[in-house]
Design a protein around this ligand. Sequence first.
Ligand code: SF4
Length: 345
Amino acid sequence: MPPDAAPPTPDLAPYAEPLAHWFEARARALPWREDRTPYRTWVAEVMLQQTRAATVVPYFERWMARFPDVATLAAADEEAVLAAWEGLGYYRRARALHRAARTVAAAGGAFPGDAAGWRALPGVGPYTAAAIRALAYGERHVAVDGNVRRVGARLLADPAPRDADLAAALAPLLPTDRPERGTEALIELGATVCTPRDPACDACPLANACRARAEGDPAAYPAPKARPAVPTRRRYAAVHVDGDALWVVRRPPDGLLGGLWGLPQGDDPPAGTTLAPVRHVYSHFVLDLVPVLRDGPPDGDGRWADPDARAQLPFSGVDRTLVARLEADGHLASAGPAGPATLRP
Ligand code: SF4
């Protein structure tokens, strides 16, 4: 071989069955892997966008108890959906699931028959559609998420592979019988063995095919991406307290925290007593939210929420943290034994 020629692509087909067997023997028991239906697979894949599997498990189980099928989800009101999602973050995912469920229900309750139909639903991108078609319908697809991208980059020793090229290059790893085992095995391998910093190559069923391992530094693949600096924003939360009730508002339906409840926020400091800020890290900015204890009646369209109402309403993470801080510091009464929630104008 000439010295500057690219090394040959490893022959992956002989590894398809060993990879599938590794998955069957070693995969984590995750609830969405039992009773694989399109609905359960879809909900799981949307929850797993940007959230780790271990975090998703209790949310998924509660969700399935509350909304066991697409008709139940479509019939639910948005507040119940957001309350079930509270703590998972990226709430547009919950709103998109809800809108998509209503679209499916309005069309008679049958899920789309192909990947293009799935991609037309709110919140379903190319990866999610490919994963649903592979995992719930047994179609032959490599669904390339961040885990599979890392495994593929290392197998091929390619610092920046394109997803479409990876899907084609890794396709020989799908076994002839039940190819979805291979699709999910690649995802599982990236999550549990071929981890970002310290891949456990000695436990990897693909070790003998892996070019990055042969080179000696698998963690060098894929090449790290330059991360843009994350700005910090300072905003102010108006704290109005009446007895044990707190004045809360519902965010407009569109926007970062659409549909969630929380304290009124603004960019300018209102008059009152300023308390220490609460910091919350979002994906593309850091929020320093400064609570300000206010006198006098509140403005705008809101509600007085007693402790039980606050516990039941869907709040964003930063609002939940802020309320807990106000309660801990004695500015606000905390919930006693659970009682009827009061939400008054
Ligand atoms: S041998 Fe190592 S680097 Fe290569 S795929 Fe397996 S775990 Fe990843």
